[in-house]
Design a protein around this ligand. Structure first.
Ligand SMILES: NC(=O)c1ccc[n+]([C@@H]2O[C@H](COP(=O)([O-])OP(=O)(O)OC[C@H]3O[C@@H](n4cnc5c(N)ncnc54)[C@H](O)[C@@H]3O)[C@@H](O)[C@H]2O)c1
Length: 257
């Protein structure tokens, strides 16, 4: 229950979806949680008796302020979950350079800034914990395998996968572990939005689309937010003390094929 007692976690994009679920899983293990998001996250923060800070992950100023907020509010920082991200599918000829860059700005630069500004704070007291400090980056199965119409997202999540390994090696001497999680298709607002776009462009009904999403996983269903949140909480905890630079797929077997 109190596996993470004394730890302070910052979860980006924590207002909804996988971020809100990760915040709950970390709080359930006893961590104090800062929920950060560009959208209002007061409700998600209240649900975990945590604190909300408005934070656009593309802004270096916001990152500096969010890390300071965690320190001022809860006394330090031990865990970062780089979760904030955006998703869309577009055929390559329709993808604009502006949109491509925007996705990299949020999904890649947002993670880069998080590693840069949060790891020094995490390292300050990583020696206190058996498992050291921890960063968990939300990549995707799309960071491991390609898919059509996913050029910008594939690029961004592939980058997150290897930035994870780079940071893991750089900060191992300071006892900060850095790992990535690679979800399949998880039932969150992000995927509900994607389903609506598919519905509008193909005319397929939402049940058909959900069935198609489910059938992509050998386990025969879409993922639930708790499936991913449990993996995040494991990697953040001392149970993963010897795990760094690793990629944990949570994809119902999708990439085992
Ligand atoms: N849902 C899935 O199927 C799935 C699969 C693989 C990976 N992922 C990844 O998991 C993460 C969370 O996905 P989700 O499904 O919960 O998405 P979501 O859209 O439901 O939630 C994402 C949150 O990130 C926030 N966000 C977006 N841009 C931001 C910015 N610039 N600064 C701060 N916050 C910002 C949003 O406000 C939102 O609250 C993302 O990185 C996503 O790419 C999701």
């Amino acid at each position: 229950m109190s596996e993470l007692a004394g730890r302070v976690a910052l979860v980006t994009g924590g207002a909804r979806g996988l971020g809100a679920a990760a915040a709950k899983a970390l709080a359930a293990k006893g961590a104090k949680v800062v929920v950060s998001d560009v959208r209002d996250g007061e409700e998600a923060a209240a649900a975990v008796s945590g604190a909300y800070v408005k934070h656009d992950v593309t802004s270096e100023e916001d990152w500096i302020a969010a890390v300071k907020f965690a320190k001022d509010t809860f006394g330090g920082l031990d865990i970062l979950v780089n979760n904030a991200g955006v998703f869309w599918m577009k055929p390559l000829p329709m993808e604009t350079i502006e949109d491509f860059r925007r996705m990299q700005q949020i999904n890649v630069e947002g993670v880069f800034l998080g590693l840069k500004h949060a790891i020094p704070a995490i390292a300050e007291r990583a020696h206190q914990w058996d498992g050291g400090g921890a960063v968990v980056n939300l990549s995707s199965v799309a960071g491991i395998v390609g898919a059509p119409n996913l050029i910008a997202y594939n690029a961004s999540k592939g980058a997150v996968r290897l930035m994870t390994k780079s940071a893991a090696l750089e900060f191992a001497p300071q006892k900060v572990r850095v790992n990535s999680v690679h979800p399949g298709i998880i039932d969150t607002p992000m995927m509900a939005d994607a389903a609506k776009v598919i519905e509008a462009t193909t005319g397929q009904g939402s049940n058909t689309i959900r069935t198609q999403f489910a059938s992509r996983h050998p386990l025969g269903r879409m993922g639930r937010d708790i499936d991913v949140a449990n993996a995040v909480a494991f990697l953040a905890s001392d149970a993963a003390a010897f795990v760094t630079g690793a990629e944990l797929v949570v994809d119902g077997g999708m990439t085992a094929i």
